[in-house]
Design a protein around this ligand. Sequence first.
Ligand SMILES: [Zn+2]
Length: 288
Amino acid sequence: MSRPLTFLAVHAHPDDEASSTGGVFRLYADQGIRTVLVTCTNGECGDGPGGVKPGHPDHDPEQVSRVRADELSRAAAVLGVERLVRLGYRDSGMVGWPQNDDPRSLRRAPVEQVAAQLVAVMLEERPQVVVTYNERGFYGHPDHIAAHRATMAAVAQIDDPPTVYFNAIPDSVMVVYRRRWAEEDRRRREAAGGTDAGGDDAADREDPEEEFDLGTPDHQIDATIDVRAVADAHFDALAAHSSQMHDSFWMRMGRERFREEMTTEWFVRATNPRALSGVVDDLFAGYR
Ligand SMILES: [Zn+2]
């Protein structure tokens, strides 16, 4: 008796499931594969209403957490997530933020404690495929790094371990994105009257990402998944996180261009119990 195919993604914040794995979640749900999402934090360090940033006196972390919990429920429904597990840690914020030191934060939680909860889910679900971030947390966010470490620690405790993939963007694609972000910034500055006004905000937001090499060398990509068939759900899941996404790259792109451009999700294989080789076009390669 083979186990039912099950997909598990471990993410740091509400919205990461949509931005990193929105395509594959819906794609595999549509194929009748069981899909499970673990979201480690409540995302308290996200924007408040009107784009109020954490640390601002009007930023209420509890309110942000409630809004994002609802948004996550909606996005998960759009993506066909069958089981959503919220670990309820506090968002640690970006590197160097005071929230890093909150004892309730994911960053401060012992890896074994987080991993034990993931092991429990893995033993119940027995996923063949697990997705999370690489050791850099994709872009260096402490919560993404913590999610990575806990996931890898959990997988190490499972016999008959799953195939683990890290989400990735090939360097060749990153070049195109960076060009577009630079162009958008330039246009925004022009629209703001040729001064810095309005530009500061965008620079602040993208600074932490600039410090990290977001892309992955193209030859290191192990899985290239065509997600065109689910573009609308993918877009809708991102849109469900409106408190964080209303001014995002994807929303500015609009649905039509999103359909044309967000055609693929890429992954690097981190464990390979099925001894796969070459680039696969299905994360369940080796299991069907
Ligand atoms: Zn995140």
